[in-house]
Design a protein around this ligand. Structure first.
Ligand SMILES: [Zn+2]
Ligand SMILES: [Zn+2]
Length: 229
């Protein structure tokens, strides 16, 4: 008798879950199909590297990442050139917009991009992040993971008149902020973020990324912090 009581309730809860997830996916798909395409120019500080983003708003998300890795990377790139500006803000934030790899185009100066990694081999639990800055003026431009479909492009070097059109902002790893900003964005909403990761995935092998060039290494090998963005 007990088994007969449990089976219908399990079936009902499973059915409700499947219907809810399906409805959410349909709603997301419709919302994305109606989403405007945002065109936004990209340039390094000296202007030799030029490009642009062309991304549906629904495929974008602005992230303020406060993680120590992003802070260390920003300091490393700035230390390479006395004229370079540190991309990291006073609160320890690196501001990026995440889009599909296929939404980023470099139209000039591709040969001036320099690959940088934390270390020669990834440590345990570390996403192997490929970060790119320019050789001409040491401007950090974007970063990605080779097997995932997104790229994070620094807002600093995008057309400032357009960046507010992207989705967000949200905060990532706010606990690692140097101090709390007065207008801290809300924490990243994980289901929303996962949906976008799935959306990005078909473009994982696309985009203007050379993973094989000789990298520079920005990290202290003794550190084992989780590398996020
Ligand atoms: Zn430059
Ligand atoms: Zn980060």
């Amino acid at each position: 008798m007990k088994m007969k009581m449990e089976r219908p309730s399990l079936t009902i809860s499973t059915t409700i879950a499947v219907v809810a997830i399906s409805a959410a996916c349909i709603w997301r798909t419709i919302k994305r199909s109606r989403s405007p395409v945002i065109q936004c120019k990209l340039s390094c500080n000296c202007g030799k590297v030029q490009g642009y983003i062309a991304a549906k708003r629904e495929d974008s998300i602005r992230i303020w990442c406060f993680c120590q890795d992003c802070q260390d990377y920003g300091a490393f790139v700035a230390s390479q050139d006395k004229h370079a500006k540190n991309i990291v803000g006073e609160y320890g934030e690196s501001r990026v917009v995440q889009v599909c790899k296929s939404d980023l185009y470099i139209i000039q100066g591709q040969d001036l991009l320099q690959l940088s990694r934390k270390s020669a081999t990834p440590t345990k639990n570390q996403l192997y992040m490929h970060r790119y800055y320019t050789k001409c003026c040491h401007t950090p431009l974007f970063q990605t993971v080779d097997f995932l479909g997104f790229v994070g492009v620094f807002l600093e070097n995008l057309d400032q008149a357009v960046i507010d059109q992207f989705d967000g902002p949200v905060a990532m790893m706010p606990e690692q902020a140097r101090k709390l900003p007065p207008n801290m964005p809300p924490d990243i909403f994980v289901p929303h973020f996962l949906w976008k990761l799935i959306r990005y995935h078909p473009s994982r092998n696309l985009g203007p990324f050379d993973y094989d060039m000789n990298p520079t290494f920005w990290g202290d090998k003794k550190k084992t912090t989780l590398n996020t963005l």
